[in-house]
Design a protein around this ligand. Structure first.
Ligand code: AMP
Ligand code: MG
Length: 502
């Protein structure tokens, strides 16, 4: 077995926050996916182990030395309704490792069998959804978005029962930690404020050690979690990512995107886009994500109130001072990202004007149902004096032409302050910078489904592997992968549905 050099602080420091539990051994595990780059980053040398040994390891059949598998307990607001008892119903954390940069990560299984928190579920996962988590999560990582990662997927050799029988799988997930807003809520809801304090102390030591010495470390911690959420959601919005199930048990206090269930990327720009089959009210639609993030943070703040100040009113006032500015913080993160996508530098004096320009651009995309990813990408060509590709995406020329003239004036203004460079060079630099932030490739829903169907129904991993290698370089145009960059038909997108907890 490879040497993980586990150092399990959660197990050691937080008894009562989990149940020690063993994975259900798979009958006949087969390795489907292994992320060797990530393994190397984590200091795991897997090269000398054969496929059978690795399959047994990543199916939970044989645990590495030092593993102490646990199911974490947590609660959570699901679609706005509080559930006081959730917890890892089909996941186990097997231990913590330190990567080659000195960063600590949890390694865990998903789909490794029932736990005391399974609540009637089977504790299992199917191949399709686990490979989907690999594709979308690894794409998010390549796009630069903080996210949990996928280290391995094994087929278990068993069938799981969903709407139909499907081959079972175990995903090995890597996360900065699995502490969620819901973890705090579990103890807070039971009035166990000392436990909340222990969890907060642990979280600060793990994620924000520099705050430990602050006058009010819990308030600062609330601020740090708020800041990370603002940045994360702004990043999602800038790429057209829809998480799909922003329940408080799916919000990591480390600020990583976690729980790739019903998520999807938007195609034609539509602020109301929602794909999750159970999200009938559109609570987690694209444009609601910032508002929901703030709602979730308010729930988080509530759990910390007894730690913030002895006087209840004072505690509430302090929490409000941190959570209420979320919308401004988010707006700033969003505008920074959007301006960079437009090839502009956000400055105080031009901020309002740039914001109006972003909004106008988005309105144009929406009105003419233009593909979000392609429009931004082709704007980089326009920055280099080649607007035709972009103009072709719009059905009516007049509005986009008028917008482009305004944008060009703004670009020229910015360039006029740089007298050292000739304009040709400035244009090229702008185009290049825009291509480094506006991806050529995102995981297109139809291509993801194609790859998963081949893997799940025919046992053919070829399309999955090809798509994954393309998604690992989302900012580079590659003629070979042209078909992955093509939008789905509007009809496909209109009918497309994604699912939770599959
Ligand atoms: P999710 O929608 O994946 O965030 O899951 C919500 C809750 O349901 C978590 O507590 C999960 O552990 C649990 N859960 C999801 N799928 C299963 C399953 N197949 N068996 C047991 N628990 C599950
Ligand atoms: Mg979850």
């Amino acid at each position: 077995m490879p040497d993980f050099s586990f150092d399990n602080t959660y197990v050691r420091d937080l008894p009562g926050f989990y149940t020690a539990w063993q994975p259900e051994p798979s009958l006949n595990p087969e390795l489907l996916y292994l992320n060797l780059t990530l393994a190397e980053q984590l200091g795991l040398d897997l090269t000398e182990y054969d496929k059978t040994a690795l399959a047994e390891l990543f199916a939970g059949k044989s645990l590495p030395e030092g593993a102490e598998p646990i199911a974490q307990v947590y609660a959570g607001h699901q679609f706005g309704h509080f559930n006081p008892q959730l917890g890892d119903g089909r996941a186990l954390i097997i231990g913590e490792v330190i990567d080659n940069q000195g960063k600590r990560f949890d390694i865990g299984y998903k789909g490794s069998g029932k736990t005391p928190f399974s609540r009637g579920g089977d504790g299992k996962a199917a191949i399709g959804p686990m490979l989907r988590e690999v594709l979308i999560g690894e794409a998010m990582h390549a796009l630069g978005v903080p996210t949990t990662r996928s280290l391995a997927v094994t087929a278990t050799g068993e069938q799981v029962f969903r709407d139909r029988q499907q081959p079972g799988a175990v995903l090995t997930r890597v996360a900065a930690s699995h502490i969620r807003i819901g973890t705090f809520q579990f103890f807070s809801a039971q009035g166990e404020h000392d436990e909340v304090r222990r969890l907060a102390d642990y979280s600060i030591a793990r994620h924000d050690p520099e705050l430990a010495a602050a006058e009010n470390p819990y308030l600062e911690f609330l601020g740090a979690v708020t800041q990370r959420q603002a940045e994360l959601v702004a990043h999602w919005m800038s790429l057209g990512f829809i998480h799909g199930v922003m329940n408080t048990d799916n919000v990591s206090i480390a600020g990583e995107t976690i729980d790739y269930g019903p998520c999807a990327f938007m195609e034609a720009y539509d602020p109301n886009a929602v794909f999750s089959s159970i999200d009938e009210q559109g609570r987690y639609a694209y444009q609601n994500q910032p508002r929901i993030a703030q709602w979730n943070l308010a729930r988080f703040a509530e759990t910390l109130l007894p730690l913030l100040a002895e006087d209840q009113q004072e505690a509430v006032d302090l929490a409000n001072q941190v959570v209420q500015p979320f919308s401004d913080t988010y707006q700033k993160c969003w505008l920074e990202k959007m301006c960079a996508k437009l090839g502009l530098e956000l400055k105080a004096e031009s901020g309002e004007r740039d914001k109006a320009m972003v909004e106008e651009w988005l309105e144009l995309l929406q009105a003419q149902k233009v593909d979000f990813t392609m429009a931004w990408r082709r704007l980089a060509d326009a920055a280099e004096g080649q607007p035709t590709g972009l103009q072709e995406l719009f059905t009516e020329a007049a509005a986009i032409d008028a917008w482009l003239s305004k944008w060009q004036v703004r670009c020229d203004e910015e360039d006029s302050t740089d007298t050292k460079m000739v304009s040709e060079q400035l244009r090229e630099n702008r185009g290049k910078a825009m291509r480094a932030i506006n991806p050529w490739l995102i995981p297109r829903n139809h291509r993801v489904e194609e790859a998963l169907a081949a893997a799940s129904n025919e046992g053919d991993l070829g399309p999955f592997e090809l798509l994954l290698s393309a998604l690992e370089q989302p900012y580079e145009e590659n003629a070979e992968w042209e078909r992955f960059a093509e939008p789905a038909t509007p009809d496909f997108t209109a009918r497309y549905q994604t699912f939770c907890g599959t």
